[in-house]
Design a binder for this molecule. Structure first.
Ligand code: NAP
Ligand code: ZN
Length: 351
């Protein structure tokens, strides 16, 4: 079936309206009419070929929510009309140790929602800046929020799970001091989630103007990271820091804020490396710098259910599909509170 999408033919070209095709649902497939798709900084990195290996045409988008519109004959877990979500993964090998543990995100054969090789035309996956998507049922999530919140649920599918997973893995909760660095799409979800888990949350921002906004998101304290005195006041005090910054920066400035055995989890994925951290800051207090990639399917469902129960959604700005190029420029300036979400109904008449 031919549908409307929004994507780019090259890294130095703007995104534009494209016609793409989707396969008919196979036996285990769920076809989804996409209502909304969040705009992740990863979309920008990939479509502008900042990361290696972008396959063109590139249709980004991995924060997908919508309604089931058709089902394969053997799908048992979903019905037509169900509210569902799709995140960064639409397939994996399904039998390795990672997949068996529900950590499909660490499988060596993940099929990402866009930019992964596939048997379907044009030979690589095309993401959620499109009217419909067809996905194996294992990779489809159930949305239990009220339908009125659907647009604001979309960012949970990447920004939500990418911060939820390390917060859970490193035991954020009561009695723990947790920092979140970079109050953008991921970071604002990190603040909300760490607060809901009961941790003492400190938001680190480069933007003095986000001070009050970060408190409103649920931070207990806000530190403007350009201010050395504010940073020094938190030396050797954090159990965990989740660093979402999308650009290379001095990691040592945050490592020294970790207490003994504390960890800083890098989830931000800049196109060029961070300056190498000083080893003595790590050795002397057995601190660690680690990484974390999105989350597995069971944990993503757990996160969605946690958010539905606690009434957590993203703070969003809804845009038309043909506003995406301008939205990317604003995202680069940090001028979004805190996630752009595309209204996919506007794809039909987008220029
Ligand atoms: P975003 O909305 O653009 O937020 C990034 C934030 O980082 C900015 O709002 C800004 O917050 C802070 N920042 C400080 N200095 C910056 C600089 N020089 N350039 C850009 N940002 C700067 O991006 P996002 O969608 O949250 O994504 C953040 C990063 O995570 C991206 O690299 C993305 O590719 C990556 N990511 C990784 C995973 C994973 O699985 N690990 C998943 C999704 C995304 P302040 O104004 O508060 O300083
Ligand atoms: Zn993302």
């Amino acid at each position: 079936m031919t549908i409307k999408a929004y994507g780019a033919h090259a890294g130095d070209q703007p995104l534009q309206s494209l016609d793409i095709s989707r396969r008919a649902p196979g036996p285990h497939d769920v076809q989804i009419d996409i209502a909304f798709c969040g705009v992740c900084h990863s979309d920008l990195h990939q479509v502008r070929a900042e990361w290696a290996g972008t396959l063109f045409p590139c249709v980004p988008g991995h924060e997908i929510v919508g309604r089931v519109s058709a089902l394969g004959a053997q799908v048992s877990g979903f019905a037509v009309g169900d509210l569902v979500g799709v995140g960064c993964l639409i397939d994996s090998c399904q039998h390795c140790a990672d997949c068996a543990s529900g950590l499909e995100n660490y499988c060596d054969h993940t099929v990402l929602t866009y930019n992964s090789p596939t048997v379907d035309a044009p030979g690589h996956t095309l993401g959620g800046y499109s009217e419909k998507i067809v996905v194996h049922e294992r990779y489809v999530l159930r949305v239990r929020h009220p339908e009125a919140q659907l647009a604001a649920v979309a960012p949970l599918l990447c920004a939500g799970i990418t911060t939820y997973s390390p917060l859970r893995h490193w035991n954020a909760g009561p009695g723990k001091k947790v920092g979140v660095v970079g109050i953008g799409g991921l970071g604002h979800m990190g603040v909300k989630l760490a607060h809901a888990m009961g941790a003492h949350v400190v938001a680190f921002t480069t933007s003095d103007t986000k001070r009050q906004a970060a408190l409103d998101l649920g931070a207990d304290e806000v530190v403007v990271s350009r201010n050395d005195a504010e940073m020094a006041a938190h030396a050797t005090s954090f159990d965990l820091i989740v660093n979402t910054v999308a650009a290379p920066h001095d990691l040592d400035a945050f490592v020294v804020l970790l207490k003994r055995d504390g960890a800083m989890v890098l989830v931000g994925a800049p196109a060029t490396p961070h300056p190498s951290p000083g080893v003595f800051n790590l050795i002397l207090k057995r601190r660690s710098i680690v990484g974390s990639a999105i989350g597995g399917l069971p944990e993503t469902q757990e996160m969605l259910d946690f958010c539905a129960e606690k009434g957590i959604v993203a703070d969003i700005e809804l845009i038309r599909a043909d506003e995406i190029n301008a939205a990317y420029e604003r995202m680069l300036k940090g001028d979004v509170k805190y996630r752009f979400v595309i209204d996919n109904a506007t794809l039909a008449d987008a220029a």
